[in-house]
Design a binder for this molecule. Structure first.
Ligand code: IMP
Ligand code: MG
Length: 185
């Protein structure tokens, strides 16, 4: 889906598909450098928002990664997080002794990534790094910093490239600010 297809509901384009791809080229090169000569990591993507970023990142890697996916829901409405999570689909691979990179679309409060890191550690992983395509520094509740971050964004509700509003806009090519009139009605 293109920006023009939903132009009435978008107030700003933050990153075009080309800008996102260029940044993912850089991050993939960093991961390749990090894992050269080491056992390749398992990428654990958080469904559903991280599907595009996990796939586009992985395509660019020379490192022969494995994949796993988890689906969690936090007790939340569609716009905020509460820090409590329910596992809808758990890890499938045995992560004992593995290096893991948890991939998510956005580091907002940080509750999701922090909770996932604990969960993957509990599954026996040796090392857990965090990857967030976007981060909203103004909203963080925690002091940790993901090892890999694509771009910082302002404290506005963003959609596209995996990020949704009520399960829509995930297939929008660019990352855009959703017009407040969409959720303020
Ligand atoms: P956190 O746990 O507060 O860091 O929130 C992370 C999750 O909240 C992400 O995986 C997204 O699903 C969702 N989220 C946070 N901010 C936005 C946004 O601006 N647009 C769409 N989803 C968001
Ligand atoms: Mg999410």
């Amino acid at each position: 889906m293109e920006v023009k297809d939903v132009a009435n509901n978008i107030s700003e384009v933050l990153f075009t598909e080309e800008q996102l791809y260029a940044r993912l080229d850089e991050l993939a090169a960093e991961i390749d450098a990090e894992y050269e000569g080491k056992e390749p990591p398992v990428l654990v993507g958080i469904l559903r928002g991280s599907v595009p970023v996990t796939y586009e990142l992985a395509k660019r890697l020379k490192t022969n990664v494995r994949f796993d996916w988890v689906a969690i829901s936090s007790y939340q409405d569609s716009m905020t997080s509460t820090g409590k999570f329910l596992i809808e689909k758990d890890i499938t691979l045995n992560l004992q002794g593995k290096n893991v990179i948890v991939v998510d679309d956005i580091y907002d409060t940080g509750d999701t990534l922090l909770w996932m890191k604990g969960r993957i550690k509990d599954a026996g992983a040796t090392n857990v790094d965090l990857f967030a395509l976007l981060e909203k520094p103004e909203v963080h509740k925690h002091s940790f910093k993901p090892k890999y971050v694509g771009f910082e964004v302002p404290n506005k509700f963003v959609v596209g490239f995996g990020l949704d509003f009520r399960q829509q806009y995930r297939h929008l090519r660019a990352i855009c600010v959703l017009s407040p009139h969409v959720y303020e009605q």
